[in-house]
Design a protein around this ligand. Sequence first.
Ligand SMILES: *Cc1c(COP(=O)(O)O)cnc(C)c1O
Length: 224
Amino acid sequence: MSTLAERLAAVDEGIEEALRVAGRRSDTVTRIVVTKFQPISLIEELIELGVRDLGESRHQEAEVKAREVAASDVVWHFVGQLQSKKARAVRGYAGVIHSVDRESLIAVLDAPAADPVDVFLQVNLTADPSRGGVPEPEVERMTERLVGAQGVRLLGVMAVAPMDEEPRAAFARLRAASERVLAIAPGAAAISAGMSLDYAEAIAEGATHLRIGTAITGNRPRRG
Ligand SMILES: *Cc1c(COP(=O)(O)O)cnc(C)c1O
């Protein structure tokens, strides 16, 4: 069995290698460790190892963790599907929300704020409307909506690769969506893509924010 430190180091080496192949500099990506379902003790261990960007996907769980984890310089990334009625609470602890994908969600976030929340527009790369994300044809309209909203700063686009498509091809489509966003919001150049099994392909297609769980944490405990 490998240790957490070894798995983190191995993933970081894999990231470096993918960046080198893509001709990109090391400081062009943020590696987020997704800790959903994992205990606080594992998060504390990650913090000891220098991790500061943590990802969670369920509000109740994330809220408790954000309260109980002592380190004050952690950035919490909310990566899961988000119900509008929970959006205000999530914004209370999350530095970045990766899953903005609906008008109703933007309506809740759209309020003057001293400290705007960073958001990604999630794009649905599948044909299944129950998956999170806006359909690709709606990218312009939703970008305009986000640019016009107060209290949010649009960083860029986010997606999860479909199960039934080569990840690199899917991430190429995300990159095309990113270019369409950039035509409207020139500062929103970030791309949140790449998980444990496909981060190298995401890096090849320009990902700037990698959301990596099990390759670093090991298997998630089962929740019943
Ligand atoms: C769980 C999750 C991840 C991490 O997935 P792994 O396969 O464990 O790396 C990334 N993004 C989202 C949206 C997730 O829900």
